[in-house]
Design a protein around this ligand. Structure first.
Ligand code: NOJ
Ligand code: MG
Length: 535
């Protein structure tokens, strides 16, 4: 239900009006010539991010890691991998970010560690080993096979046999990523301590990796088959993960994380959650005791159709618990980029949608340039998922290619050999697009600035106006003035009859139209979008 922010005089928390920008550190900026981005590179690029108009930077994992899953296999929760730099580099990054008015959000990966984490080394020494119950060990099934039918996200059984003890350990992702046992209070205490370690260093929040996975069925019942699965789809989709994920006990864990953050003030807790909408919004928790923002990925999977999008926006608005703040995501390091999903012309419209919907937007690095998925030759594949299930389109390397800064060789990303091919058009880079007032980057800057300057866009209520044909139109209401957003999701001209009175165009996706429009109708060119101030 729409939420009137100023019903009370308490100012909304900073993250209601913030725009978040995701950096994949391997691919942002390399400063030591090893072809892999680093923390010093991010620090050097903070002025770019401040100038873009975002408010918070979420940095994917940079902790010590064997990199089996490129940092999502953590070997030490309280350090920096030497590939990315040092703790001093991290402190310098936070200090510089704060000086520029930017917040820093870390990626917390609590579901699993690396198999090379010292905890797992102890755990796997045998059945009576210390820290045995820090991980999930089970006896074989009567036939000697895995304890149940749970599947790994990256292909095959989620159980790995360990000859030392004759038991299996559970890994929802790679076998190099054993799942922690969150039913063990010692695990909880150690992991909350890791949160405190970073909070004490000044971070402003966390994005929690696969938070809906943390608790598993206490009885380890088999997951039922998914009747919709078809060959060619990822193997993980063969089952409905009703027992292996999304258990009610996860609420207590999240409440403990919230309490840990609470002690440090106005910190933000985001949960990565891929679930249907009703299950997703449950993660706001009773009385909003859950995560502040359960990531809303609906725009990533949605067909690019006005009626469909309007339907999902309205269903989401209706499903939100009282007082819950919405959020929207257009892309991330796991999913095909928006420019590849909808094409370059509509990527502009999508950017306008992301930055005008009610709720906190999260941008993925490079989308502001129009970067598209880059085809990776088989010999250059890095992603373990693609290696396990080749050729069916699960690979994530195409969306993780280096940020394009200049038209120099390697796009100014590195002086060495980039860890993934650069790809993309030479003219698509920060320097060239900064100089071009009609570029995608100029559009993103204008959108972010307008959002900051316009309370209706940052905090106003949402009201659907029209969704048919290719037109998606909605109004954001705020006591300081209402704004109308009209998007043409198609490649043909279209128009919208205007409510009585004239309106003033504040911004068009093509960046070439501003000023007062006569009443009657608003005419949109193909692939156009307009933000208007209503009289
Ligand atoms: C979700 C992350 O976004 C993804 O990149 C990673 O592979 C899995 N979690 C496992 O940590
Ligand atoms: Mg480097």
């Amino acid at each position: 239900m729409p939420d009137i922010e100023d019903a009370t005089n308490i100012p909304p928390p900073w993250w209601h009006s913030a725009a978040i920008y995701q950096v994949y550190p391997r691919s942002f900026q390399d400063t030591d010539g090893d072809g892999i981005g680093d923390l010093e590179g991010i620090r050097q690029r903070l002025p770019y991010l401040a100038g873009l108009g975002i408010d918070a930077v979420w940095i994917s994992p940079f902790y010590p890691s064997p990199m089996a899953d490129f940092g999502y296999d953590v070997a030490d929760y309280c350090g920096v991998d030497p590939i990315f730099g040092t703790l001093d580099d991290f402190d310098a990054l936070v200090a510089e970010a704060h000086r520029l008015g930017l917040r820093i959000i870390l990626d917390f990966v609590p579901n699993h560690t690396s198999e090379r984490h010292p905890w797992f080394a102890e755990s796997r020494t045998g059945r009576t080993g210390s820290r045995r119950d820090w991980y999930i060990w089970r006896d074989p099934a009567p036939d000697g096979g895995p304890p149940n039918n749970w599947l790994s996200h990256f292909g095959g059984s989620a159980w790995e046999y360990d000859a030392v003890s004759g038991q299996y350990y559970y890994h929802a992702y790679l076998r190099e990523q054993p799942d922690l046992n969150w039913r063990n209070p010692a695990v909880r205490a150690a992991m909350l301590e890791a949160l405190r370690f970073w909070l004490q260093r000044g971070v402003d929040g966390f994005r929690v990796d696969v938070i809906w996975h943390l608790m598993k069925d206490a009885e380890f019942r088999d997951d039922p088959p998914n009747p919709a699965w078809r060959p060619g789809r990822p193997a993980i989709e063969r089952h409905l993960p009703v027992h292996s994920t999304d258990q009610p006990e996860v609420r207590d864990v999240i409440a403990e994380m919230r309490a840990t953050l609470q002690a440090f003030g106005d910190k933000l807790l985001i949960g990565e959650i891929y679930l249907p909408m009703e299950r997703l919004v449950a993660y706001y928790g009773e009385g909003l005791s859950g995560v502040h923002l359960p990531f809303n990925f609906q725009l990533i999977a949605a067909p690019w159709d006005a009626r469909h999008l309007a339907g999902l926006i309205e269903a989401y608005e209706r499903a939100l618990p009282r007082g819950a703040w919405p959020n929207w995501v257009l892309g991330n390091h796991d999913r095909s980029r928006i420019a590849s999903r909808v094409g370059m012309a509509q990527a502009r419209v999508a950017g306008m949608l992301l930055l005008t919907l009610r709720g906190t937007p999260t941008l993925y690095y490079g989308d502001e340039l129009g970067m598209a998925d880059v085809a990776i030759p088989p010999a250059a594949v890095q992603d373990p998922w693609e290696k396990n299930e080749p050729g069916i389109g699960v690979g994530r390397d195409p969306v993780r290619t280096p940020m394009r800064w200049t038209d120099e060789p390697n796009a100014g990303f590195t002086t060495g050999t980039p860890w993934l091919p650069i790809g993309g058009a030479r003219a698509m880079n920060v320097a060239a697009e900064t100089a071009d007032p009609g570029s995608m980057l100029s559009l993103y800057r204008r959108l972010l600035m307008l959002r900051r300057a316009t309370p209706a866009l940052a905090l106003g209520t949402y009201e659907g106006i029209r969704a048919d044909g290719d037109i998606l139109a909605f109004r954001r209401r705020h006591p300081d003035g209402d704004v109308l957003v009209v998007l043409n999701l198609g490649h043909h001209a279209a128009s919208l009859a205007l409510p009585a009175g004239s309106c003033t165009v504040l911004l068009s996706t093509r960046l070439d139209r501003e000023g007062e429009e006569p009443g009657g109708a608003l005419h949109l060119r193909p692939d156009d979008g307009l933000i208007c101030r209503l009289a």
